[in-house]
Ligand binder design. Sequence first.
Ligand code: NAD
Length: 256
Amino acid sequence: MAGMLEGKTALITGGARGIGREAALLFAAEGARVVASDLNAEGAAETVAMINAAGGQALSIECDVTDGAAVNAMIQAVVDAYGRLDCAFNNAGIAGFQVGAVGKKTADWPEDGVDKMIDVNLKSVWLCMRAELKQFEKQGTGGAIVNTASIAGLHGLPTSSLYVAAKHGVVGLTKTAAIEYATDNIRVNSVCPGYIETDMTKDTMARRGDQILARVPAKRMGVPKEIAEMVCWLASDRASFVTGANYNVDGGFVAS
Ligand code: NAD
């Protein structure tokens, strides 16, 4: 049986590790030609080596998604290599501990940390979408975008205010672009992961994992593959009537 993404070219940002790597592996296993992009060139190259070793087709691109010119060049590089772009997973992101905001309430976030959080977790998604949408329009045959939001895109979370603000922004961008491009056969959706076992959550889980898991109905963290499965489906033609939606993959967190 043909894979869900057979014949598609897919770009994944944040593809060096965690959720992005797992999505890259699954997209390739489902038949896509994959471009794994990341600030971390070595990690992205490792992801590509894993895909190629499994018989898939992939290449890596080093790109800082906060740099608009670099993002445009990344899309051009995808098209130069594979002739087109069909699906994009805008997934690169950072957490509060990466901008000096651990345990800080709203008024205590450092201003440079606020700027960085908005740049990496919100503006970069717009920069990627801008380039992807223009490429889809040029091709004229539609396309699918999946953005990584979070349960923090739907809920307030104490001491995570700018992360929460950025992820709410991602949900808003997703809904608006979905409406604007629906008749062009371009679908835009987001995925809202709960607490997932990646490098991003190690620090938080070490500090207050028990407290967090007590609030998750499934009483466990998710694994990156569980997010990748949803993203792969959303990126595929099987989700052909799904646009402007947010899918929680969170062990029941948002429902509780
Ligand atoms: P991770 O830290 O393992 O991976 C993030 C990747 O993004 C890294 O490879 C990093 O190098 C890359 N990146 C960071 N800044 C970048 C930049 N400016 N340009 C290009 N690449 C950059 O984290 P993860 O858990 O895999 O997170 C992936 C996405 O999922 C993020 O958007 C995160 O906010 C979101 N998310 C994660 C969880 C979770 O529990 N892990 C929950 C909800 C949402």
